[in-house]
Write a protein of this length. Structure first.
Length: 146
């Protein structure tokens, strides 16, 4: 039995097969699974002594829901605070990702590439491209520069 250098093989059974007796930092039948000595990774896995979160979760224990992000990957578009998966927008910002109330949730009527919903543009299949992101950024820069 190969214990991957993380334990000792102990003979077991008449056929000479063995079982691994793993050190305190490893587990599994072959001692290849690292054991975290951190609090439990609630929505993630342990590797190299830390928790690595599943998509949608954050925090030391992967127990905090992430907030929705804008197309640039910024939670709450940088215009609000995240409260366990929900954006609490600053004054003048609205929607799930805290977009400018002045821009609205559907700038230029989604550029005719989708329908406007309570969360913003819902793009038609094949139309979720940079065009809508670019339109939002163009309109935003026009407001800032006006």
């Amino acid at each position: 039995m190969n214990c991957h250098g993380n334990g000792q093989c102990k003979p077991n059974g008449p056929d000479g097969s063995g079982v691994c007796a793993c050190d305190t930092d490893h587990g599994g039948s072959d001692c290849s699974t690292e054991i975290c000595h951190l609090p439990t990774c609630v929505n993630g896995y342990c590797m190299n002594g830390g928790c690595y979160c599943q998509t949608g979760y954050t925090g030391d224990r992967c127990d905090i829901l992430e907030c929705p992000k804008n197309p640039n990957g910024l939670p709450c578009s940088g215009n609000g605070i995240c409260a366990n998966g929900t954006c609490v927008c600053e004054e003048g910002y609205v929607g799930q990702v805290c977009v400018s109330a002045e821009l609205g949730l559907c700038p230029l009527k989604c550029s005719e590439h989708g329908t406007c919903t309570s969360t913003g543009c819902d793009c038609y299949p094949g139309k979720k491209t940079k065009k809508q992101t670019d339109i939002v950024l163009i309109v935003a820069s026009q407001i800032v520069n006006s």
